[in-house]
Design a protein around this ligand. Structure first.
Ligand code: SAM
Length: 252
């Protein structure tokens, strides 16, 4: 796969999971360069197809710790007005909330305070680096929020549960869905129902049709085994990178 947008590998260490952003054991961080490439492709498709380049509402129904959502807000906050994450796992939802809180000055000030205390207590180089990254992220968030605040929301939901999703997100309001669904080693599809999900991607897309706008773009990252297709969506891009397959769809 050739990177069309994130052509150069930049130093993303200020955004590293576990530095300023919170991490959770068993939830590996999504690669920042790939997240950047996928988001830029979504924005480019939205502009090309719908002629829309206004700040978007971004949602991930399998958000884990919301690491890639948070990173995208830092990189592209000027283009994002709202970030929403949900996940079936309560522990992930708690960390996701803490990460999305870092998209405000108040949340970052609190985190900088926490890191400063750790530095005073233990004097580690890792805390020194985290503190310096915290200030860099604060400058960036100040610049973004001077234009508009980034609204955030996190809730617990099964990605296939239309009712709970609709209780938390307005109908037809989401512009971009970018989700890294469960695959393989670290995470598996879980179900709020007692029965096993036969077609989790299809059920998730069914549920999402209620909250996406008619001018939306949906990016799904999966492994090569899972088939991403649905009668209400047309595929506009597909590419593979290592073990991951990325499919970008638009509603028909
Ligand atoms: C690959 S991880 C996502 C990691 C995320 N991209 C990040 O940067 O932290 C997949 C997530 O899907 C969640 N998941 C599994 N089954 C689910 C379901 N039915 N509904 C919603 N989330 C689910 C898991 O709890 C896990 O957090």
């Amino acid at each position: 796969m050739q990177y069309k947008y994130a052509k150069t590998l930049l130093d993303y260490s200020d955004l590293a999971s576990g530095r300023v952003f919170h991490s959770l054991p068993g939830h590996p961080a999504f690669p920042v360069r790939l997240a950047s490439e996928i988001f830029q492709r979504c924005m480019a498709n939205r502009e090309r197809i719908y002629k829309d380049s206004t700040p978007c509402s971004l949602y991930d129904p399998c958000c884990g710790t919301a690491y890639h959502l948070s990173v995208l807000a830092y990189l592209y906050g000027e283009h994002i007005r709202e970030v929403i994450g949900s996940d079936i796992d309560s522990k992930a939802v708690t960390i996701a909330k803490r990460n999305l809180d870092l998209l405000s000055i108040a949340g970052l000030d609190q985190r900088i305070g926490e890191i400063s205390q750790l530095l005073e207590l233990y004097g580690k180089d890792s805390h020194k680096d985290a503190l310096s990254s915290g200030h860099i992220l604060k400058n960036r968030i100040s610049a973004i929020t001077q234009e508009h605040p980034i609204i955030t929301k996190v809730f617990k939901a099964d990605a296939t549960d239309r009712t709970t999703i609709l209780k938390n997100i307005k109908p037809n309001s989401v512009d971009i869905i970018f989700t890294d669904i469960p695959y393989g080693q670290h995470s598996h599809w879980q179900s709020s129902e007692s029965n096993q999900l036969l077609n989790p991607i299809g059920s998730m897309l069914n549920a999402l049709t209620s909250i996406i706008s008619s001018e939306s773009v949906v990016a799904i990252v999966s492994d090569k085994k899972q088939k991403v297709s649905h009668e209400s969506f047309q595929r506009i891009e597909k590419f593979q990178i290592g073990k991951r397959r990325v499919v970008i769809l638009r509603p028909i």
